[in-house]
Design a protein around this ligand. Structure first.
Ligand SMILES: [Fe+2]
Ligand SMILES: [Fe+2]
Length: 315
């Protein structure tokens, strides 16, 4: 997203902020869980630090759920970007397999959220304060991820996550921060530029998911490894096209449709994978929470793509 001026665009500031937290606070708490599960027993201070971030994002999520009831956007609740029909089962299984406690009461509470277009003015101040708090927290979490990545890269720390995965979760934290910063500053963002930037970002993220999944699958899972390789290639191609200089307006709509069909394909792949892991029918190093997490990220991207209308801007 490029800053194209300072014209204020308050819009649905409160609702957009809360929708963002409902999605990203859960994503961040899960990154903390994946990191906890990745450290070795001797690196207890790193484990504890990740556990602390998990608890802090639990609080953010709790606050976002409290402020969101009756204000969450219907399209967001229905997009399955916040929760899928697998999330609770994935949390239960992941907690059972790793021994890492996961606050599932929050998930149950979130499943009961009601949509409503209204937002009381009084709540805007609370949303603003929450945004500020999350910006501080996410800056610190991004720094932690960067520090772990640096140590892993310099072979002074062993972590059961690929360096590319650590970089990936770091980029997602920066993206959360960037969107929040723009919301807080009421920056006007040109809808087409905004969407283009989102597409470049999420195409890269989707392609990376396909790569990680392929490397975490047991080599005997040939068919799924082949499918993951094919998805990697299709996102690499899309990413190159999106980054192409001077993208003409005529290609914009066609590329958006290509993005939608590639993202639908990867979402289906992730959903199938999650069900197979939950049913103990897949040999891999993947946790069901990790595949469900990547499925929700695909659903988030799909909503952005599918709700965009040339005549209305992004939504
Ligand atoms: Fe993520
Ligand atoms: Fe991701």
């Amino acid at each position: 997203m490029l800053d194209t001026g300072s014209e204020p665009m308050i819009g649905n500031f409160g609702r957009e902020s809360l929708d963002l937290h409902l999605f990203f606070a859960r994503i961040m708490r899960e990154h903390a869980i994946f990191m906890q599960a990745g450290f070795l027993p001797k690196d207890v201070t790193y484990f504890q630090k990740a556990a602390q971030f998990k608890c802090q994002y639990d609080q953010v999520l709790k606050e976002a759920i409290r402020l969101s009831n009756g204000t969450a956007a219907e399209e967001v609740l229905q997009s399955e970007e916040l929760l899928t029909d697998k999330t609770l089962r994935a949390e239960q299984k992941t907690q059972e397999m790793t021994g890492i406690p996961i606050d599932m009461a929050l998930t149950v509470e979130e499943l009961r959220l009601n949509p409503d277009p209204g937002m009381l003015q009084a709540e805007i101040e609370q949303v603003c304060a929450l945004n500020q708090k999350v910006m501080v927290l996410t800056t610190s979490f991004a720094e932690f991820k960067a520090m772990v990545l640096d140590q892993v890269t310099h072979c002074s720390l062993v972590c059961n996550l690929f360096p590319a995965q650590l970089e990936h979760v770091y980029k997602e934290a920066l993206f959360y921060l960037e969107v929040l910063k723009r919301l807080q500053n009421n920056q006007f963002v040109d809808a087409r530029v905004d969407l283009l930037e989102q597409e470049v970002f999420w195409d890269e993220i989707m392609g990376e998911h396909a790569k990680f999944v392929r490397h975490l699958l047991d080599p005997s899972e040939r068919e799924l490894c082949r499918k993951a390789k094919e998805l990697t290639k299709s996102f690499e191609r899309l990413e190159q096209k999106m980054k192409g200089e001077g993208l003409p307006a005529s290609s914009f709509g066609r590329l958006m449709h290509e993005n939608i069909s590639a993202t639908l394909a990867i979402a289906e792949f992730k959903a199938t994978g999650t069900e197979l892991i939950l049913a103990c029918q897949l040999k891999s190093l993947l946790s069901p929470l990790l595949t469900d997490h990547t499925l929700r990220e695909a659903n988030y991207y799909l909503r952005i793509l599918q709700t965009w209308r040339p005549d209305l801007g992004r939504r």
